[in-house]
Structures are given as C-alpha cells and as structure tokens.
Design a protein around this ligand. Sequence first.
Ligand code: DC
Length: 234
Amino acid sequence: MGKITIAIDGYSSTGKSTIAKQLAKSLGYIYIDSGAMYRAVTLYALTNGLIEGQIHNKQAIAKSLSKISLKFTYNDTLGYSEMYLNGTNVEQEIRSLEVSKYVSRIAEIKEVREMLVGMQREMGQGGGVVMDGRDIGTVVFPNAELKVFMTASPEKRAYRRYKELLNRGEQVTYEQVLKNVQSRDRIDSSREFSPLRKAEGAITFDNSDMGLQEQFERLHNYVMRVLESKKGAQ
Ligand code: DC
C-alpha cells in the first residue's frame, strides 16, 4: 500500500508528539518533530549569547544559521529519533522551560523558518512520514493526504506539561507553565510568518477529555480511511 504524508498541527502541549510517534511506529513511518528543530536553534541562540534578557538579536541569529547543523538520529532503545545540534545530543536540553520561554520568538524569524521548512520538506520527500508542528499542513506539506489540527483547553495542556517538567526534575509551578502555554499560543497564532492556523481540509481533534488509547484509535482509523480511498482511486 502506498505511503502517505500525515501533518499534525496544533497548540503547544496538546500531545501531538506522543500521538504522532505512536502513529508512525504502528505504520512503519518516519516521525519528525519539527518543534525540536525550532527548539535546537533557540538553544544555540541561548548558549551563544544571541539572547539577552528579553532581547534577541534577530539579525545575528539569522546570520548564525550557516553555523547550525541539525540532525535527527534514530535511537533504537527509545524507538524514536533524537535531535543533535552540531553533533551533540540536545534532546533533554531543548525541552527545558528556559528554551520553551524563548522558542516562539525565535520561530518568528523569517530566515529561521525558511531554513527549517526547507529541511523539513527534504526529510519528508516521498511520503511515509508523520510530522508535527504548527505549519505542517499549511506551509510545509499543504498536499498532505491527512491533516490533523489538535487542540485542548489551555488548563489541560498546562497541567500535562507541568507534570512532564516535574518528572524531569525541573522546579516549576503550574501557574508558570500555564502562563508559558498562553503566551506561546498568542505568539504562535499571531506571528507574521506562517502563523498557527487550521489548514484547509484538516480534521479538528480536541483531546481535552480523551485518553491516549482513544486518540490513537481514532487517528489510526482516519489513516486507514485515507489509505482505503487511495487504494480505491488507483
Ligand atoms: O511543538 P513544540 O512545543 O516543541 O514547538 C516549540 C515551538 O516551536 C512552538 O512554540 C512554536 C514553534 N514551532 C513552529 O513555529 N513551527 C513548527 N512547525 C513547530 C514549532
């Protein structure tokens, strides 16, 4: 059966990556976490003095892009790919609240988006890919056979993220995380380049009151329907 492209977009902490990973595994597809790429560029900017306080130097960040190498390497034990920034595994560091605080601002920079979208298209060439992010169905793969727009209430999302960060040993309060979620929603939806929007033809998927198993089954059904209709059209 021919492989399709699956684009999963939505607000932060809607659990896109958990479900996208699971879906990719069950289909034998590649999973690409496009947010990890924006996070890795943010980490680079933070560790190279391109962000000071609330100020980030857009021009310097755009200029430094040629010095940034991003690579996903599959980890057999974990069953998914991890992000390498200039040869170093940064999978843990890019998930910190510090990186989360700045990443939406870095993702607003036109040159950053252009470079990462180019890389994402290359990685997804030929289909058989599940990619999650904010602009996958609208910009990266507007012709994806299945587009999903994930959403959940800000409070549910903040609570999920809060638990995740606590498990990782970060010292955060629920209020801090909720504020971060709300501020990222605002920036992600209102930025000038490729703002977060529901793509044409995307299915809205509100998982506020859904467990993982139910989400997986529903999405898997959508995939099967697309594959069946593709088969029928051949
Ligand atoms: O999915 P995430 O929370 O790891 O994404 C981190 C940030 O990166 C998010 O605040 C917005 C940005 N992002 C983006 O602008 N476009 C994407 N395709 C993926 C992420």
